[in-house]
Design a protein around this ligand. Structure first.
Ligand code: NDP
Length: 540
């Protein structure tokens, strides 16, 4: 591929858009296994998660569609019913219609990233000393995606409650796509890494070093910023940023909106007679209900599960709040899209199954079913949750606090790093208003590491080393509380999400600490002395 058309920046101190990337010559590439190893306990840990996570999500989906979100013990008949008893679309059998819809969505998102106008931002420096370029047209894509789907529903190409009737097949499409994609990444960028040494994004730790680490490499990834269409596109197509940010994130809020529409149209699964009053809150054994479920679904046309006319009275405060809260979270991401370039996702994580599935099978499927999916199936239990105002309001308050914390902490680090990386000085830097109102208009304090990066030690970043996680950790609990209603099944599904999120975020912090202490060595120790707390100031 002719490298002369590449516009990714090749090396520091070179004007921003050089013509040619000064990559090492083929065969002379320096390679070192400097990427983190063993973060998920090697082949055994990653092999386990590779299969366990999709199964766990199938389980959560199963309790949602067959038990309105009640926890049940899943015996063989649970899995049988999930695959065979439920109709096409609702069942987890692969199904062409939803697969085509889903993959068309991915293609349209990719096309939008390539063709829509937007600023081009430079990312942070790679290990090779280069910087990559990223198109910043997320906000436009986000809005146009909404308009396109609205038109598709208006002209009856899709039903607004499409997701309610097809989520099982959408889950399976995501599993298959994620496995195939991760395998392709492993083979193309891993085994055949030499094909990519001339790519500007090539780094010393790319590729497969030892095939015995297959599960570890398949899961964690073997390439940090795989890019396509070098020499064809002005800014090559960055697969990881695209996959992390576009189809999955926007997909999450679109799936939520579709669940909201299913409530409006009174969609309910025919499980009404399967539960009695005594079953309404907690869990049992699936086997006990299996025969009734099979009768309930027998010969039912899924189109009959939703009404022709909608009613706004079906929609409670909790459903509106969660749809808006998740929507704003993603809107906010797109609003300050460049801030993503300094996060762990882009800076450090490689692109393997953890992210191919994490973004597509997990984020864009499990997040919607955990809250909106749970609320949408309550009609089949005791009716939609519309009267739990107190719990919904507690949830709103926790969310507002969490969202504020999320935004002000992350933007503080991003603006500081961005200013200093672009040749700014501390004297000329002014903290964002959200830092100034709490900490006053002071100069930022930081540790200049030997490695060259600057670690903020003032403002929110002076309170704890991962204080920016508090926002997310708080708001998910607010969403779960909003799903609670004493007369409906206990919100195990939303709580399941919270447990996952807390474990994932804490593990992510730990991974970040290990990585940073390796990278910064004694400077990290100095930083830990300056900012001793981990997440919660004064506690941990
Ligand atoms: P951070 O944004 O905290 O990024 C960590 C990196 O920032 C470190 O590796 C280091 O990178 C740099 N850094 C660490 N300390 C400092 C400091 N004091 N000053 C300057 N730079 C520093 O982590 P994440 O990307 O994991 O999280 C970002 C946000 O995204 C969080 O709020 C998190 O809760 C949220 N999140 C949400 C998820 C969701 O599913 N909703 C999933 C994951 C995260 P370097 O090598 O550049 O120094």
């Amino acid at each position: 591929m002719p490298s002369s058309k590449r516009t990714d920046s090749p090396a520091p101190k070179v004007p921003s858009r050089p013509k040619e990337a000064s990559a090492p010559a083929l065969g002379k590439a320096v390679r070192k296994l400097t990427r983190p190893t063993g973060e998920f306990y090697g082949n055994i840990g990653t092999g386990f998660w590779t299969f366990f996570i999709p199964v766990a999500i199938y389980y959560f989906y199963g309790i949602m569609v067959m038990h309105s979100g009640r926890l049940v013990v899943p015996g063989p008949s649970f899995w049988y019913d999930l695959v065979y008893t439920l109709p096409d679309g609702l069942s987890i059998r692969p199904c062409w219609g939803p697969t085509v819809v889903s993959l068309t969505w991915v293609c349209c998102q990719a096309l939008a990233e390539i063709v829509l106008p937007g600023k081009v931002k430079e990312g942070v420096m790679l290990k090779s000393g280069r910087k990559l370029l990223y198109p910043m047209n997320g906000l436009l894509t986000f809005f146009l995606s909404h308009v396109a789907l609205f038109l598709l529903c208006k002209y009856e190409v899709l039903t607004p409650y499409y997701v309610f009737l097809n989520m099982g097949a959408l889950l399976t499409e995501a599993v298959i796509t994620s496995y195939v994609m991760a395998l392709w990444l492993y083979v193309d960028f891993g085994i055949f890494w030499e094909r990519h040494v001339d790519d500007p994004e090539f780094e010393e730790d790319h590729g497969v070093f030892d095939c015995q680490d297959f599960f570890n490499d398949f899961f964690m990834g073997v390439v940090r910023n795989p890019r396509l269409f070098h020499g064809i596109l002005k800014v090559p197509f960055d697969l990881k940023r695209f996959w992390n940010a576009r189809p999955g994130l926007t997909g999450w809020v679109i799936l939520n909106i579709s669940y909201l529409a299913s409530m409006y149209y009174g969609c309910a699964l025919p499980t009404d007679n399967v539960y009695g009053v005594n079953d309404s809150l907690f869990f049992g054994v699936h086997e006990a209900k299996s025969a009734m479920l099979q009768r309930a679904f027998a010969d039912k046309d899924p189109a009959s599960f939703c009404q022709e006319e909608g009613s706004i009275s079906n929609i409670g405060l909790a459903a509106v709040f969660i749809t808006l809260a998740h929507w704003y979270y993603i809107f906010d991401y797109n609003l300050v899209e460049p801030a993503y370039l300094t996060t762990t996702d882009i800076r450090h994580d490689l692109f393997g199954f953890m992210l191919t599935y994490g973004d597509w099978g997990f984020l864009s499927r499990f997040y919607p079913i955990s809250f909106m999916g749970f609320l949408a199936v309550q009609k089949s239990a005791n009716g939609y949750i519309v009267n739990n105002h107190v719990f919904a309001i507690i949830g709103v308050c926790m969310y507002l606090f969490g969202m504020f914390m999320f935004r002000v902490t992350n933007i503080e680090k991003h603006l500081f790093r961005d200013h200093m990386n672009n040749g700014g000085t501390v004297d000329k830097y002014r903290s964002p208003w959200s830092t100034r109102i709490v900490f006053g208009d002071k100069k930022p304090e930081y540790i200049l590491t030997k490695e060259g990066s600057m670690l903020l030690t003032s403002g929110y970043w002076g309170l704890a080393r991962h204080f920016n996680y508090i926002g997310d950790l708080t708001m998910c609990i607010g969403w779960a509380i909003a799903c609670y209603d004493p007369s409906s099944p206990f919100p195990f599904l939303p709580i399941g999400y919270c447990i996952y999120f807390w474990l994932m975020d804490c593990h992510r912090c730990w991974r970040d600490e290990v990585r940073c202490s390796k990278k910064y060595g004694r400077d990290w120790e100095r930083y830990k002395k300056a900012v001793p707390y981990y997440i919660f100031p004064g506690i941990w």
